[in-house]
Design a protein around this ligand. Structure first.
Ligand SMILES: *Cc1c(COP(=O)(O)O)cnc(C)c1O
Length: 353
């Protein structure tokens, strides 16, 4: 697989595998090349040989969305667009706003009112996007922007834009490069289902490109209150603390089902309690602060391993999709109040746990 190594941009590194031409701007904020970190505490807890965490929160705006967004915005610029448009649970908005700013074009984002984590909203505003909140879930916001984009008002950069999936598949290439092959199983949170679709495409192309011999079983996890792919029908009022996967009718439904069935994997749900338990665990025991939605992959791994569903599996990768600093309120809420005492050694010592 030809690849430009080192600090080159994602578009340059993987140009041979992306829909880029000589006219595509080499847009970059340093996306991709994220760490794959081993999780020894999880390995011991679950009795699995190797557990690796793909830390996508280390992308420029703090989520994997940057991989797809850099390609989508570069292609939009190549095609002469002046405005990009998206619906978002938050991270797509933050990413679109940053890359649009970088490219010198405008960005409009439509959000579900009251359902976006503080950090993500701050990013979209700071990068100068026009932010509009609609009364309804993410799915309603997506329907609105699809209608606007269909009327030619702007270029849609949600994951229904095929360039998003193309960019996001590069994470599967990196996993194969780091491990020398694909893992036996990949665990990933599923919301609108663009990412599981992209990883599966990437693993297939990695085999064709000689970067891997095998493909992983794909295990996708939805939140129990927003699990249309598990129940087999859309959810009209999705509900979960994991706002990034609070999606009732995934746009890439078919892609997720194909990834599951072609890989011999599964799509299952985890409760908010399991998600928050995994979120706290990976922060305290592995030193990695991800956002609640990301922890659905860890919660899913634990659920499947504990039910005996991973006996032949030696090496797994969990995708940690976004950075915990996006949603600071959640961590504060879980930790409880901070003791405030006199500024003396005695007073502080008396407060030690
Ligand atoms: C967008 C997002 C997801 C869900 O990805 P989909 O492609 O919509 O399935 C999961 N976690 C985080 C942090 C996200 O931003």
């Amino acid at each position: 697989m030809p690849r430009v190594p080192g600090g080159a941009s994602l578009i340059e590194r993987y140009a041979a595998y992306l829909p880029v031409t000589d006219r595509t701007p080499r847009l970059s904020l340093g996306e991709g090349n994220t760490p794959l970190v081993r999780a020894p505490t999880l390995e011991r807890e679950l009795g699995i040989g190797e557990v690796w965490l793909k830390v996508e929160g280390q992308n420029p705006t703090g989520s994997f969305k940057d991989r797809g967004m850099v390609v989508a915005v570069a292609k939009a610029v190549e095609d002469g667009a002046r405005v990009v448009l998206c619906a978002s649970t938050g991270n797509t908005a933050a990413s679109a706003a940053a890359y649009a700013a970088r490219a010198g074009i405008s960005c409009t984002v439509v959000l579900p009112a009251g359902q976006v984590a503080a950090g993500k909203l701050a990013q979209a505003l700071a990068h100068g996007a026009q932010v509009i909140a609609v009364r309804g879930p993410f799915d309603a916001a997506l329907a609105v922007v699809r209608e606007l984009a269909g009327q030619g008002e702007a270029t849609l950069v949600n994951s229904v834009n095929p360039h998003r999936v193309e960019g996001q598949k590069t994470a599967a290439f990196e996993v194969c490069e780091s491990l020398g092959d694909a893992p036996d199983a990949l665990f990933i949170p599923v919301g609108n289902a663009g990412n599981i679709t992209a990883y599966w495409k990437g693993f297939n192309e990695a085999v064709r490109g000689g970067l891997a011999r095998t493909r992983p079983r794909m295990y996708g996890y939805q939140a129990a209150g927003a699990a249309p792919l598990v129940s087999g029908k859309p959810v009209s009022a999705p509900e979960t603390v994991a706002t990034a996967i609070r999606v009732g009718n995934p746009a890439s439904w078919q892609g997720a089902v194909a990834a599951r069935d072609e890989s011999g994997g599964a799509i299952d749900s985890v409760t908010d309690e399991e998600i928050l338990d995994a979120y706290g665990f990976v922060a305290r025991c592995e030193g990695i602060f991800c956002e609640p939605a990301s922890a659905a992959s860890i919660a899913g791994l634990r659920k499947r391993a504990r039910s005996g569903g991973l006996r032949e599996v030696r090496r797994v990768v969990c995708v940690l999709t976004g950075n915990g600093m996006k949603d600071p309120d959640r961590a504060r809420l879980l930790a409880g109040p901070i003791p405030e005492v006199e500024a003396t050694a005695d007073a502080v010592r008396r407060s030690f746990r």
